[in-house]
Design a protein around this ligand. Structure first.
Ligand SMILES: [Zn+2]
Length: 296
């Protein structure tokens, strides 16, 4: 059995995948507020799942952040209670077995590469466009992480081919200006349309369709920026497919409008990278976590 855990700000979910990739169990609980309770909640989920399936198995965990290769502690998590803790070691102590932890965009990439929208492609670049923006790379079934543990960390690189009116870009929580996350996330798009403090981007396509020019213009800027950002990825990694996940991946116009704009930023005479929607939707995190031991 392969157990995957998706640790989010509001819920913790566990899924069990069997040898054939079939889902044998899914359970979720609310995320408790403190770190010790969080460890306890995850351990209880695993023990409960093992009792229900009657099987032990590998354990992978996806988090909205990453483990520092230098300190072994969680960093950059937007669930603040995780930062500064050795989550993998603490879970191993609680569970008595090895646990792998990686960021949620890597889990999305693993899941979609294995049996989702990236299936059959060698190199998959997966993007989360949600409250935050992240990226993960899986090539030949393996996560491409590096010595810094930052492989695919696309959200905190600057918007490429910045126009004078865009420079230097909004200040990001990470301390820099003009990070892709400040433009491409749901809150970033909402603020670009309706000003500081606006956070709901979900209604913009409907507003644009109803003739709201302000919403239409904000969506056009967002599409153009996403296309530039993916053009940059094609020029560095040249993935065989780009998979979009997260709440904004439900915006249909992206799949139609991004590729032709992206083509203008690809340095070559072809630009044929398919851009597709994640097949497993929100479940990719938990399925990908369950697959963290697949590559051995
Ligand atoms: Zn940033």
């Amino acid at each position: 059995m392969r157990y995957g855990i998706d640790l989010g700000g509001t819920k913790i979910e566990i899924a069990a995948l069997d040898r054939n990739g079939a889902v044998r169990l899914r359970r979720r609980v609310p995320t408790p507020p403190g770190y010790p309770d969080l460890i306890e909640a995850i351990a209880a989920l695993v023990h409960g799942a093992e009792r229900e399936t009657g099987k032990r198995g590998t354990i992978g965990v996806g988090i909205p952040g990453s483990l520092s290769p230098a300190t072994g502690l969680v960093r950059n998590a937007n669930s603040q209670e995780l930062n500064g803790h050795p989550l993998d070691k603490d879970l191993e102590a609680a569970l008595g077995q090895k646990v792998r932890v990686t960021n949620d965009a890597n889990c999305l990439a693993m899941s979609e590469a294995a049996d989702g929208a990236g299936s059959g492609h060698r190199t998959v670049f997966a993007v989360i466009l949600g409250t935050g923006v992240g990226g993960g790379i899986v090539s030949s079934g393996r996560i491409l992480d590096g010595p810094n543990g930052t492989g695919g960390e696309w959200g905190h690189t600057p918007l490429p081919w910045m126009m004078p009116a865009e420079f230097p870009g909004p200040r990001c929580w990470c301390g820099r200006h003009g990070c892709l996350e400040t433009y491409l996330s749901g809150p970033g798009l909402a603020a670009d349309c309706d000003g500081p403090g606006a956070r709901d981007a979900g209604r913009l396509p409907g507003r644009a369709a109803a003739g709201d020019a302000q919403a239409a213009a904000a969506l056009a800027r967002h599409t153009d920026r996403l296309a530039r950002a993916l053009g940059m990825i094609a020029n560095i990694l040249d993935p065989d497919v780009v998979v979009l996940g997260g709440g904004l991946s439900n915006m249909d116009h992206l799949y139609r409008d991004v590729p032709p704009i992206m083509a203008r930023h690809v340095f070559g005479d072809v630009a044929r990278t398919p851009i597709v929607r994640a097949r497993h939707g929100d479940s990719s995190g938990v399925f990908g976590a369950a697959r963290l031991w697949d590559a051995g």
